[in-house]
Write a protein that binds this ligand. Structure first.
Ligand SMILES: C[S@@+](CC[C@H](N)C(=O)[O-])C[C@H]1O[C@@H](n2cnc3c(N)ncnc32)[C@H](O)[C@@H]1O
Length: 353
């Protein structure tokens, strides 16, 4: 059994766990919601896991779990950590020998008196000490092209240390984003929304406010044979979405068009899924026009959906959505909080009854 740790967008831990179960064909997970991490124990060689991890579409990073420690925010705690780390990092000698080049990367979320660089230095020193103690020789530090990356993920009062399996960049950064929409949705959240929606192949999937096209592009990468549409009122974004879809190699699978989502029923009907990330009032600065947009869109979407068709939306305007759908055939069947861009929007799943 190997224990992996995935760092994830807070709020989708259960979805990551289900996705991992599907990809690895088994395994046991442990997580708490909104914690931003999922521990996953699974059978298999490191080489097998290494390849399979790239199939996960909802994680940020994956590492082989070496240690989890409680940490304190004071600068003086670095001294305590320096003493404690060599003992908990003993397992690192399995991956780093005297001939292995390594680097340490760190991420830090929360308020600490020390920086990520301070943490990386303390972890790096401990790795050197442990390897030297075990093999009698120091490993080589190579920040440019290391064979092994040791990653430290500090979130509030917890530090997780592991051997990175997913490369130095977060996997939410897909290579296709040549056009960067100013309010782009994280690709991992887009995939999580597609999973939540229950969308399947051979269905009609529409993002009526698609911006740079993240949701339609992720849908096209996920499903072989769905009818996928992306609309946006702004021609600049539609052009950008097309560029992104070309870069992702899925432009033939999506129809992009400039259109006003408040009149979506005039352009498409019998829709199985509307999946969208509409503008938030807090970003717009004008709650009234945003609410009018939500109301008019939901009224039009109700007409465009087939019976039992669904809307999956991520928004900070959830209270308003609750109010508007009271007078419609749209029922809320699922709702959850996630973290996105420093805010805590809800993902709401509505079904047309
Ligand atoms: C938060 S952004 C979507 C970002 C997108 N999910 C992405 O990842 O790039 C919201 C989008 O809604 C579009 N929008 C606003 N009002 C609209 C309307 N009435 N009809 C269609 N699109 C609209 C905006 O132009 C903007 O691109």
């Amino acid at each position: 059994m190997v224990e992996l740790v995935f760092t994830v967008n807070p709020g989708i831990e259960d979805i990551v766990s289900r996705e991992a179960y599907g990809v690895f064909g088994g395994g046991v997970s442990r997580y708490s919601m909104l914690s931003g991490r999922v521990y996953y124990s699974v059978d298999g060689s490191i080489d097998y896991l290494f390849e399979r991890i790239l199939e996960l579409k909802t994680i940020n990073k994956a590492m082989l779990h070496i240690a989890t420690l409680e940490i304190e925010p004071s600068y003086s705690f670095l001294g305590v950590l320096k003493n404690r780390l060599p003992r908990v990092l003993e397992g690192i000698v399995e991956f780093i020998g005297p001939g292995t080049s390594f680097a340490v990367t760190t991420e830090r979320i929360g308020v600490h008196e020390y920086t990520s660089i301070d943490l990386a230095r303390v972890i790096g020193d401990a790795v050197i000490e442990v390897v030297k103690e075990f093999y009698g020789r120091r490993p080589r530090v190579d920040l440019r092209n290391p064979s092994v990356i040791v990653h430290g993920f500090a979130r509030e009062n917890e530090l997780i240390i592991g051997v990175l399996l997913s490369g130095p960049w977060s996997m939410h950064r897909r290579g296709y984003r040549v056009y960067d929409h100013p309010a782009a949705l994280k690709s991992t959240l887009a995939v999580a929304m597609l999973y939540i929606s229950g969308a399947r192949d051979r269905q009609v999937i529409v993002d009526p406010m698609c911006g740079g096209g993240t949701i339609p592009i992720e849908a096209a990468l996920l499903y072989e044979d769905a009818a996928i549409y992306g609309f946006d009122i702004n021609p600049l974004h539609i052009r950008g979405a097309l560029m992104n879809a070309v870069a992702a190699g899925v432009v033939e699978k999506i129809v992009f068009r400039v259109w006003d989502a408040r009149r979506i029923h005039e352009v498409i009907r019998e829709v199985d899924h509307m999946i969208l990330n509409p503008p938030y009032g807090i970003r717009y600065g004008d709650p009234w026009s945003i609410r009018r947009l939500y109301r008019e869109f939901l009224e039009s979407a109700e007409k465009a959906l087939r019976d039992r068709g669904r809307i999956t939306m991520i928004t900070t305007e959830y209270t308003y959505v609750h109010k508007v759908v009271k007078n419609t055939r749209l029922n809320i069947v699922h709702e959850r909080i996630v973290q996105h861009g420093g805010l805590y929007p809800h993902i709401i799943l509505l079904e047309k009854m």
